[in-house]
Design a protein around this ligand. Structure first.
Ligand SMILES: CC(C)(COP(=O)(O)OP(=O)(O)OC[C@H]1O[C@@H](n2cnc3c(N)ncnc32)[C@H](O)[C@@H]1OP(=O)(O)O)[C@@H](O)C(=O)NCCC(=O)NCCS
Length: 135
């Protein structure tokens, strides 16, 4: 698994997958962002507030052909472990309430459902909030 830190250019396939899955490309990594990837197959992008030990999962995606083989789980687990090594202890994320595969993945990886944010997405869909604490 490869790691890209702030200032790194995103590989073209990451931008293409981003666009295909989410309809919008997030763009270059900002100062506080970190990305882990498995070449050509998937990535997990995080935003850090390192000073308070917090990180938010911005996006995780696996190419459609490679799904269901454990790669999403591996990306989430390995990137979380790497963030812990950087001093992160509080993890959080938002996900569309209808996104069953992702919600199952988070719950299988020990994330806790923390509530609903009404109408969070531009199309009006609610977000489910999840958190995970590790010490
Ligand atoms: C969510 C996503 C990253 C999962 O990646 P993946 O490589 O297919 O996931 P894995 O094979 O590692 O599966 C891990 C767990 O996720 C859950 N899961 C994965 N696909 C699922 C599906 N279609 N339905 C229900 N649960 C599913 C299961 O709990 C699974 O564990 P199990 O195999 O032991 O039952 C992938 O579906 C994806 O890229 N989706 C589009 C992008 C997206 O919606 N990202 C999340 C919001 S940012």
């Amino acid at each position: 698994m490869r790691h890209l830190g702030p200032g790194s250019a995103l590989p073209a396939w990451v931008e293409a997958l981003d666009l295909a899955v989410f309809d919008t490309a997030w763009g270059p990594l900002e100062d506080h962002e970190e990305l882990w990837l498995v070449e050509g197959l998937g990535y997990a992008r995080w935003s850090l507030v390192a000073v308070v030990g917090e990180a938010e999962l911005l996006r995780i995606a696996v190419t459609p052909e490679a799904r269901g083989q454990g790669l999403g789980r591996q990306l989430l687990a390995n990137s979380s472990r790497a963030l812990q090594a950087l001093g992160i202890t509080q993890f959080r994320l938002e996900v569309r309430v209808s996104n069953t595969p992702a919600r199952h993945l988070y719950e299988a990886e020990g994330w806790h459902f923390q509530g609903i944010r009404k109408g969070y997405y531009r199309d009006g869909e609610d977000a489910a909030l999840y958190g995970k604490e590790s010490l």
